[in-house]
Design a protein around this ligand. Structure first.
Ligand SMILES: NC(=O)CC[C@H](N)C(=O)O
Length: 428
């Protein structure tokens, strides 16, 4: 009889360890955490008319670098992919998450237990494609009902060749990520690959130190004109002011562009490699450094560009843009334990004392202790005290670690776009 491999993980309270079993016959036997749906969840599911598909086979595996193996059912593209696993606590907005380029190199696990009930529609795209590596969910809604829906989530992922899995214990995995920190994983629908092969694959890849922005940035400059649909807008400028803004695309979300445009900006989007000297020739009133995927310390060329532009025009950094600004000002970034991904992060604005509930998506942060004198920490994440915003008035710099454009998420921070307008107005 083959030996049982010990996986060396701590079983979270309340979960049971299934007996070891040999899933493909032959080879080594593997202990698997396999948590069945609780009776309570089943009764809720039955009462709400949601029907799990018990006849679907477990045809996929998520193998994490800590040695844990999670059998699952595939509802997207087939294949084998390696990425960093992060959890997102947003209740809605999965389509915006799927199309946020900042998720390149990552599997996104949604903690909301049911996903897919509103399908997808052409208006909720945050970029031209899905850049994340895969979607991990507890339960896939078998019915799709929304007046804007044009397609089911499963069809959308399959057409875009993005992997999606469901019917695994997303709560247990989330607790693991919270306790042990972020993990690299491999998602596979290929039965021919052994658990060991997938485990080795997860252990021989890392997201740290890789330039991911060059793979998601646009290839040449373009003008952006779309505004937020007036039916949906609640906070626009409409004062007839107009500002010329250059937006560096490190993986930009389109709602940042729509919000800037609604506030009266004429925007030219430029690639991540666009020379600072060319940008200055365009004589902008302000420069935006966008969000973007991966390790901010792995893109020194982008930090150099930001440095060259500092003091030449007012600048506004969002997420990756904030991290690049932090480095350009002399600070350092570090990798957080499991990051912030969701639409429920409380942030305090130190200047006003007001608290905003914000949309966030980042695994790295600027270390405030590394910043030189004169750089002010303007916003603090109240969950863990991390730096959520910076200002350097001497050079007309402002930045946020989170997402004032939301999409998805609450709109509390939208005024940050107005602050950028004010900054450009003051220095015109
Ligand atoms: N949304 C973003 O810009 C993400 C920033 C960076 N890639 C991080 O994970 O911290």
């Amino acid at each position: 009889m083959a030996a049982t491999r010990t996986l060396g993980f701590v079983l979270p309270t309340g979960l049971s360890l299934h007996p070891s079993f040999d899933r493909r016959g032959g080879g080594s036997r593997v202990s698997i955490i396999r948590c069945s749906t609780s009776p309570l969840t089943s009764s809720i599911a039955a009462a709400s008319g949601i029907v799990e598909k018990p006849w679907s086979a477990y045809n996929a595996r998520l193998v994490l670098e800590d040695g844990s193996i999670w059998p699952a059912k595939s509802f997207g593209a087939p294949g084998t992919k390696v990425a960093e696993l992060v959890f997102n606590t947003s209740l809605t907005g999965y389509q915006e998450i799927l199309t946020d380029p900042s998720y390149a190199g990552q599997f996104v696990l949604m903690t909301n237990p049911q996903i897919g009930n509103t399908g997808v529609n052409p208006d909720d795209e945050e970029s031209e494609q899905c850049f994340l590596t895969g979607l991990v969910i507890r339960s896939l809604s078998i019915s799709t009902s929304n007046w804007r829906c044009t397609k089911t989530l499963a069809d959308y992922l399959t057409e875009r060749n993005i992997m999606g899995i469901y019917d695994l214990d997303t709560r247990a995995i989330t607790r693991r990520l919270r306790e042990d920190g972020s993990l690299i994983g491999v998602l596979s629908t290929e039965q021919s690959k052994t658990d060991d092969e997938l485990l080795q694959m997860s252990r021989s890849w890392d997201i740290v130190g890789i330039d991911l922005i060059s793979g998601v940035s646009c290839k040449s400059p373009y003008e952006w004109v779309d505004k937020t649909n007036p039916e949906w807008d609640f906070n626009t400028n409409s004062r007839g002011e107009s500002y010329k803004v250059i937006a560096y695309d490190f993986g930009i979300k389109q709602n940042i562009l729509r919000r800037l445009s609604s506030y009266g900006c004429q925007i030219t989007v430029v690639p991540s490699s666009f020379p600072a000297s060319e940008a200055l020739k365009m004589n902008p009133d302000g420069i935006l450094f966008s969000n973007g995927p991966g390790d901010p310390s792995a893109v020194p060329y982008a930090v150099e560009t930001v440095k060259e532009l500092l003091g030449k025009a007012p600048v506004y950094g969002i997420c990756m843009g904030h991290q690049l600004l932090g480095q350009a000002l002399g600070g350092k970034t570090f990798k957080m334990k499991f990051g912030h991904h969701g639409g429920n992060h409380p942030v305090r604005n130190n200047r006003t004392g007001q608290v905003e509930i914000s949309a966030q998506n980042h695994n790295y942060a600027v270390d405030p202790a590394s910043l030189p004198e004169g750089v002010e920490v303007t916003h603090v994440n109240l969950n863990d005290g991390s730096c959520a915003g910076l200002s350097y008035p001497a050079m007309n710099v402002m930045s946020l670690q989170y997402h004032p454009e939301a999409s998805p998420g609450p709109h509390d921070s939208d005024n940050a776009f107005r602050e950028f307008i004010e900054l450009m107005k003051r220095s015109k």
